[in-house]
Write a protein that binds this ligand. Structure first.
Ligand code: SF4
Length: 746
């Protein structure tokens, strides 16, 4: 173990908080201490980050490969035996059924290098099109909506430090008090600076309690809410006509769609009153800057792309996108939720955020990989569709860093599909519920035991550093890919294309990304270490991205735009903190691109530089309540657990804080059910039944119940959720399904 302080980042959520690791005094691991130099969290950590070293302990993690014995148990095995069995299992399926009968499922927690390696492995070694990852369940609707409006999706197109300097933030379906507590300081500073916060959430969460205005729509109706706000913007003459004219296309159709959504009609759909709608519009349209930030609430819907698109339309109509201290952004969830979607583990994408269907993109990436572009498969199934095809079209699966038995919608069905596979191999740090079903489990290194990069929710590429050696018997995912490439290459020496040194993989990733939307080619490990992260796009040796500071804004928004007077724009520009992409000779090396903290200030990433309005109309949730299932279930997170809980449920301190699932319900529902606080309540949907103790509160709508989804067993919330898919993003409808409640008598 190194005997020094190692600056690195938390293994969990997309904030990627900075932390220092030092050797534990008893020599058995590392301790976390404050790292104040990282600007995102300035030393603050939540309980998950503080306790992250607990998962490094051999007491809770895997330290030996496991293989399924003849008797059906998972038993320890050598690495050679385990790797041979995986190669044999995947190879046999490929030989018998063809390459597309082998599936690959990745994760948004994998480093950029691993995500890149996994996508390349699937397409070059296995030759399968059937690869996707759990990030599909995270931000794919925001990615789809951002891509079609702006020509490019980057979670936040501006750094977090802009948030306190804006005028109003509408936070839609986001609860950072539970998901990423250090983020709240940006909200606190916003309010200290005189800004306002509007929270849209069916529950009065700890985040909503800080809002100046809390709108609590029925789950799955925020598309109507956004349309109602846009209707009022137009009706009250608050459209920024000059901005719309100069920087967008498609306004007339979008305006017409919004005008069909009368406030009274929206009130009936959402339960949010017309005066509340008017107040939200007033706050958002105060002169100056404003932002809309979305998270899983609007995104995890079968109409998630259109719902996010409606919020983007609101930003565009009011001149709020691509302006200093203004804009639309998505608060990504998983640790590498941003980078995980950029490097090729997504069903339809190649590294550099390139489209798999684009001949030029295929030629470029194939050139870097040294293969014929015609041999690269086309797009495959999305995550749920892939899981649904297990045991039928897809006979074998290699899974890395994901736990769909807990995290996928309609989880009992997904579990049954996984059990029906001919062969399952899982690489993980712990024996998750999915790993427990595998034929072979490989124990792999984790955050503090390996070097690699992640990209946080701002598009800031970061260096995670190795602080201690992994236990004996544990290898990295990159070594796994190297070894499997050797075994499955059929004498083609494919393992040479799968280096085990992460910096070497990153160098190849940079070449593969060069010229693509997410261009990393100018980013090196040395720069990441010296600069505390670099924002993409960052082309090698290219000139800085043009910005508003280099000249007048493309739109002349003075005079006619009621919300964005020239003075306000000048003030916003003056208020921008130092931005290397805007600096003149600020010390960045000549010919070295400084990175791009702020996107779209002069033009959007479309061919003509203009943003696209996309007209959308309200449609109901895929499964409306009825007599049999009269209540809506929505799911989410609690602060002491992370995602499927595979890691955090192994940490005593976190388990003490959040020991198990619960059903949050309004007193009126509880009374009708005859349930008291803590009584077991059964929640039943068309897909199954889950049981958890009642938590009774007026902080939730009387027509809605809430369950956190971090647990397996009888309290597994995803047993209930609806896999109805968004037609564009293929996102399942996690956030709203019809259920009934049943009292559970002892
Ligand atoms: Fe920060 Fe997220 Fe880690 Fe908590 S879980 S310390 S908010 S990165």
């Amino acid at each position: 173990m190194q005997n020094t302080v190692t600056p690195t980042h938390c293994p969990y959520c997309a904030l990627q908080c900075g932390m220092n690791l030092t050797p534990a005094p008893d020599g058995t691991g590392v301790e976390v201490s404050e790292r104040a130099d990282f600007p995102v969290n300035r030393g603050a950590l939540c309980g998950k980050g503080r306790t992250a070293p607990a998962v490094l302990s051999p007491a809770v993690r895997l330290t030996s490969p496991l293989v399924r014995s003849e008797g059906g148990a998972l038993v320890p095995a050598s690495w050679e035996e385990a790797l041979d069995r995986i190669a044999e299992g995947l190879g046999r399926t490929r030989a018998e059924y063809g390459a597309d009968a082998v599936g690959v499922f990745g994760g948004g927690g994998l480093t950029n290098e691993k995500a890149y390696g996994l996508g390349k492995f699937a397409r070059v070694v296995l030759g399968t099109s059937q690869i996707d990852y759990n990030g599909r369940f995270c931000m794919s609707s925001a990615a789809a909506a951002g891509g079609r409006a702006f020509g490019l999706d980057r979670g936040l197109p501006f750094p977090l430090e802009d948030i306190p300097r804006t005028g109003c933030v509408i936070l839609v379906g986001s609860n950072p008090a539970e998901t990423m507590p250090p983020f709240l300081r940006y909200i606190t500073e916003l309010k200290e600076n005189g800004g306002t916060l509007v929270v849209v959430d069916p529950r009065r969460t700890r985040t909503a309690e800080q809002a100046d205005l809390h709108l609590a729509p029925r789950p799955g109706t925020d598309l109507a809410l956004a349309l109602g706000l846009l209707h009022l913007v137009v009706a009250e003459g608050r459209t920024d006509e000059a901005y719309v004219r100069e920087r967008t296309v498609g306004w007339e159709e979008t305006r017409a769609a919004a005008m069909a959504h009368w406030p009274e009609y929206v009130e009936r759909i959402t339960g949010v009153s017309v005066p509340e709608l008017r107040e939200a519009v007033r706050m958002f349209c105060e002169p100056g800057a404003a932002m809309v930030l979305t998270a899983r609430g609007p995104e995890q819907q079968a109409k998630g792309t259109d719902t996010v698109g409606a919020w983007i339309n609101l930003c565009l109509a009011t001149g709020r996108a691509g302006r200093p201290l203004s804009g639309y952004g998505c608060l990504t969830g998983q640790g590498n939720g941003q980078g995980g979607r950029e490097h090729g583990q997504k069903a339809d994408q190649l590294p550099g955020y390139r489209k798999l269907t684009d001949p030029a993109a295929r030629a470029h990436v194939a050139g870097v990989w040294g293969v014929d572009p015609d041999t690269l498969p086309g797009p495959g199934r999305s995550a749920y569709e892939l899981l649904d095809a297990l045991g039928t079209d897809i006979r074998s699966l290699l899974l890395m860093g994901s736990n769909p038995v807990v995290s996928a919608p309609r989880a009992a069905h997904v579990e049954e599909r996984i059990r029906s596979l001919d062969f399952l191999a899982v690489c993980d740090v712990v024996l998750s519920e999915t790993a427990a079903l595998a034929d072979v489990v490989l124990p792999v290194t984790q955050w503090a035991e390996e070097t690699g990069t992640t990209t946080n929710l701002e598009g800031r590429v970061l260096l995670r550093r190795r602080a201690l050696a992994p236990p004996e018997g544990v290898r990295s995912d990159l070594e796994v890919l190297h070894e499997l490439a050797a075994r499955l290459g059929g004498g083609r020496n494919l393992e040479k294309g799968f280096p085990t040194d992460p910096e070497e993989v990153f160098a190849e990733l940079r070449r593969a990304s060069a010229g693509g939307p997410a261009d990393y080619s100018g980013i090196t490990y040395r720069r990441l270490a010296e600069e505390n992260g670099v924002f993409w796009p960052c082309p090698a040796g290219g000139p800085p991205t043009p910005s508003a500071a280099d000249g007048p804004p493309a739109a002349d928004s003075t005079g006619t735009g009621p919300v964005d007077a020239a003075d306000a724009e000048d003030a916003a520009l003056d208020a921008l903190p130092d931005d290397p992409a805007r600096a003149d000779g600020d010390g960045t090396e000549a010919g070295v691109h400084p990175g791009t903290p702020r996107l779209f200030l002069d033009r959007f990433a479309t061919e003509d530089g203009r943003a696209r309005f996309v007209p959308v109309s309200y449609r109901a949730v895929a499964e409306e309540p009825d007599d049999e299932y009269p209540v809506l279930l929505t799911t989410g997170r609690v602060v002491a657990q992370y995602q499927s809980g595979a890691q955090t449920r192994r940490v005593d301190e976190l388990n003490a804080a959040a020991p198990g699932p619960f059903v949050e319900l309004h007193p009126r529902l509880a009374e009708r059910l005859g349930a008291a606080e803590g009584d077991p309540v059964a929640v039943v949907s068309r897909r199954g039944r889950a049981v958890a103790p009642a938590r009774i509160t007026t902080a939730i709508r009387p027509d809605t119940v809430f369950m956190p989804f971090h647990w397996a067993g009888e309290g597994r919330a995803n047993t209930l959720t609806n896999p109805a898919l968004d037609p564009v993003s293929r996102m399942p409808e996690f956030k709203a399904c019809a259920v009934r409640l049943e009292a559970v008598r002892p």
